[in-house]
Design a protein around this ligand. Structure first.
Ligand code: CDP
Ligand code: MG
Length: 539
């Protein structure tokens, strides 16, 4: 049984604020962390990205605040954007407790406002280390009454660069305090460092077999370095998503990608550490409210950001550490929603996938570079889906206009065709992407074949009960890939990806695992693929 917020022993005002957000059940990490934190214990909390770690610490912090004019709690975050987001989450929770003061103290923002806020000795401070140290040096912040310290994205916070900052902050805080750490990834080395800051610490973990949220479908492409931008263009043309994030390893690369995408008329913008805070906030807020569709970012955006409905994450570069991969793709698939992640690899970096699969305990599928034909089909599907929505939502009638056409002898069909002609995207000619040469590997031929077979299969079934196997008369011979199958089932039968489990390709056919819900969408509709009549039958 899930614990419900209603059953928690916390203030009614907090419960009401949570209920206003429409939240009912606690996530597993919340159920573990909240009572422990209210009890004042030190711990390290590990749980996948997007599983509600923010409220797991924010609810108990608010619960413990005493209404005296003292700063009692400090939450440290690695980036300004994350600190501001966490601050906003706190504001939601103290909606009915206006006497609890929460202040964001981050770099790039006006000092004057922060001086004023700090004079009031806010009960809770959410901040980034740099600016907090700045205030400590100026004597404008007072941690002498601090009873609680939380590290969000703890492993990042305890890394070399930040560690010195922490020492400076902790020199000014009482030793007797609760210290809690939260992150999706906490390597052993960091757990060891954490001991220096905690007393009798324990580790709490929300049970999960994989490190990444299971609803994120992970894929990769192998492409020559010089063709990466061209592939990016194709992938974004296909993407159905309102929100897409592209991660690159350097600021320069981020700007180059944004420039390229803008030339191609995509709605894209950059986010990286060299930008002024005003620009950073502007870009993040536009991306949050969907005015901006494509965010091209360095890892400043990899940690913690909770933006609703980020449909697609593309790793333009292979991330420098495996942990970063987990956090980057964790920007999608949040709070149980579906997500899609692509990683672009060159023949030189392809081998890294194995290591990443081991680390994340998932399978990452190799996909074929989408051809013009597939892209055209995907764009058509996009149009059909948006028109279907329009048909349902539309309340206007244009009888008068239609009549005028009919009087001139123009049929509704002819009119419809003319309208569609305007709407169907004109065929785009893509720059050629060469098939990259396979890097020589040490594997024997047999192993290579085995590897190919594995590549064409998706991760182990994520469908639990009542899965149904169906056979499609298209196989490896037809150059079929999991993406084509997903696309086909989605566009023809409207079956969403989360209702599709294992896809196994054989020479002449493919076996697809469907949830019973997915299976119920299969009907007698006939269709062709590359001129071949497609048959789908239960196995
Ligand atoms: O920090 P973490 O990556 O674990 O996730 P988060 O940033 O706290 O985001 C969790 C998302 O799940 C937010 O959008 C919450 O509104 C939502 N959520 C939650 O926090 N708690 C629940 N019990 C249910 C949903
Ligand atoms: Mg978080």
């Amino acid at each position: 049984m899930n614990t419900k917020f209603e059953e928690l022993e916390i203030k009614l005002e907090t419960k009401q604020a949570i209920s206003d957000l429409g939240l009912i059940d606690l996530t597993p990490i919340q159920a573990l962390a909240i009572p422990k934190m209210i009890d004042g214990l030190d711990f390290i909390a590990e749980a996948q990205t997007g599983t509600g770690k923010t409220f797991a610490f924010a609810i108990p912090i608010i619960e413990k605040i005493k209404l005296v004019k003292e700063t009692q709690s400090l939450v440290l975050c690695p980036t300004r954007e994350l600190a501001i987001q966490v601050y906003n989450e706190f504001l939601k929770l103290v909606k009915y407790q206006k006497d609890i003061l929460v202040a964001p103290i981050v770099g790039g923002e006006s000092y004057e406002r922060q001086f004023t806020a700090l004079k009031k000795k806010p009960h809770i401070i959410i901040g980034t280390p740099g600016r907090i140290i700045d205030h400590l040096n100026r004597g404008t912040i007072d941690f002498s009454k601090l009873t609680q310290l939380t590290f969000d994205e703890a492993d990042e916070m305890l890394k070399m660069g930040f560690k010195e900052d922490l020492e400076a902050i902790l020199q000014n805080a009482p030793k007797e305090r609760q210290t809690t750490l939260f992150s999706a990834t906490i390597p052993q080395e960091i757990k060891r460092i954490a001991k220096e800051y905690q007393n009798n610490s324990s580790i709490i973990k929300a049970e999960s077999e994989t490190l990444t949220a299971t609803k994120i479908i992970q894929n990769y492409y192998v492409v020559k370095k010089e063709d990466k931008m061209k592939l990016l263009e194709r992938l974004l043309d296909i993407s159905n998503m309102d929100s897409n994030i592209i991660f690159a390893n350097t600021k320069r690369e981020v700007d180059e990608i944004t420039e390229f995408l803008r030339e191609k008329k995509f709605n894209a913008n950059s986010l990286h550490g060299d930008m002024k805070q005003k620009e950073r906030s502007y870009v993040t807020s536009n991306f949050r409210n969907k005015q901006l569709n494509i965010l091209v970012a360095t890892d400043v955006a990899a940690r913690g950001l909770d933006i609703k409905n980020v449909g697609l994450v593309i790793n333009y570069d292979y991330p420098q550490e495996d942990e970063i991969y987990v956090h980057r793709i964790g920007r999608t698939g949040r709070a149980g929603s579906e997500g899609l992640a692509y990683t672009l690899l060159t023949p030189r970096t392809e081998h890294k996938i194995k290591q990443l699969e081991k680390f994340t305990k998932t399978t990452i599928n190799k996909l074929e570079i989408p051809s013009e034909k597939i892209i055209t089909k995907a764009l058509e599907n996009k149009l059909i889906i948006s028109l279907k929505k329009e048909v349902v939502a539309n309340t206007n009638t244009y009888d008068k206009i239609i009549n005028e056409f009919e009087q001139e002898g123009i049929s509704k069909d002819a009119l419809l065709n003319a309208l569609l002609d305007k709407l169907v995207p004109s065929k785009k000619v893509y720059e050629v992407i060469e098939e990259p040469k396979q890097k020589k590997s040490n594997l024997s031929d047999f192993d290579n074949k085995k590897k190919d077979r594995k590549d064409s299969n998706r991760k182990p079934s994520k469908l639990k009960d009542n899965a149904v196997l169906v056979k499609v008369n298209l196989g490896r011979k037809d150059k079929i890939t999991p993406l084509i199958i997903l696309d086909m089932f989605g566009s023809i039968y409207n079956i969403r990806n989360n209702n599709i489990g294992d896809i196994k390709h054989y020479q002449t056919y493919t076996v697809v695992e469907l949830s019973s819900k997915g299976h119920s969408f299969i009907n007698n509709k006939t269709f062709k693929y590359k001129g071949k009549n497609i048959k789908i039958e239960e196995v």
